[in-house]
Write a protein that binds this ligand. Structure first.
Ligand code: KIV
Length: 292
């Protein structure tokens, strides 16, 4: 006979939301330990790119817990055609600005093309520069098995590393474009090997870019470090977008994986036109904008 208790059901202890990466009440800077704890709790979190102090301060005030000073600054901020030309000087200067503009977010500085491919020692020299001169809390580099030695030395040296597998935009010239990665059994197995290699090397998180959603879900289940998806479906532990894509600032075709949460290009263009028309028509400056 089944025993039916009349006692009220025990409630599971409520998760301590004050510790949440997004929406938590903590004010100190987020660290890689907080990121690991979020994976344990099963908490999903957002990451945005940032390239300047003012925009970064807006995202910090909005509670974005992790910001990436991505080499996407090449296309989105510096006027290059790809991420390939971005230099250490450029990443260092803009990372320092983002660090200055923020108080709570973990700032991750991207290692640009050519700054770590020669080997672990080159990677350590350039990552050290980002940590010391810009003040970032972690660095990111592209590549799975091929970058494992670099990741290992950085982590052993005390520099947290976010890895990046799937589509790695610094290889655009080798790909001949930006194709979805991991399609087909062999490519899927390679992606899994890459993700495990960066985890074993000590990475604290791994970006999965342009990967079929089912494969990204499998990688996410197989790792104890968080996956950060971009064009990798809904099952990743975190999601990242380039901020100019997220806010509708980037011109031209909108990639399938992007959701625009504002139309900033239109808003800013409208403001510039209204200012220009006021100046031409004599509406600005008015009396209240003038000194006497
Ligand atoms: O540079 C960048 O912005 C990136 C993200 C797209 C992950 O690598």
């Amino acid at each position: 006979m089944t025993h039916v208790s009349s006692a009220p059901a025990q409630k599971a202890p409520a998760a301590d939301s004050s510790k949440s990466l997004y929406g938590g009440t903590g004010t100190r800077r987020i660290t890689v330990r907080d990121i690991a704890a979020a994976k344990q709790r099963g908490e999903k979190w957002p990451m945005l790119t940032a390239y300047d102090a003012m925009t970064a301060s807006v995202f910090d005030e909005s509670g974005i817990p992790v910001m990436l000073v991505g080499d996407s600054m090449g296309n989105c901020h510096l006027g290059y055609e790809s991420t390939v030309p971005v230099t250490m000087d450029e990443i260092t200067m803009l990372s320092a600005a983002v660090v200055r503009g923020t108080e709570r977010a973990l700032i991750v500085g991207d290692l640009p093309f050519g700054s770590y491919q020669e080997g672990p020692v080159q990677a350590l020299r350039n990552a050290t520069r980002l940590v010391k001169d810009a003040g970032v809390g972690a660095v990111k580099l592209e590549g799975g098995e091929r970058s494992a030695d670099q990741i290992e030395l950085l982590v052993q040296s005390g520099i947290p590393v976010m890895a990046h597998v799937g589509l790695t935009p610094q290889s655009v010239n080798a790909y001949g474009g930006y194709p979805v990665q991991g399609r087909g059994e062999e490519a899927a197995q390679q992606l899994l090997r890459d993700a495990k290699a960066v985890q074993n090397a000590g990475a604290f998180a791994v970006v999965l870019e342009l990967v079929p959603a089912e494969l990204a879900a499998e990688v996410t289940r197989s790792l104890h470090i968080p996956t950060v998806g971009i064009g990798a479906g809904a099952e990743c532990d975190a999601q990242v977008l380039v901020w100019t894509d997220m806010a509708g600032m980037t011109g031209g075709r909108v990639p399938r994986f992007v959701k625009q949460y504002a139309q900033l290009r239109e808003v800013l263009g409208g403001a510039a036109k209204a200012f220009a028309e006021d100046v031409v028509g004599g509406g600005y400056p008015a009396a209240e904008h003038s000194f006497h």
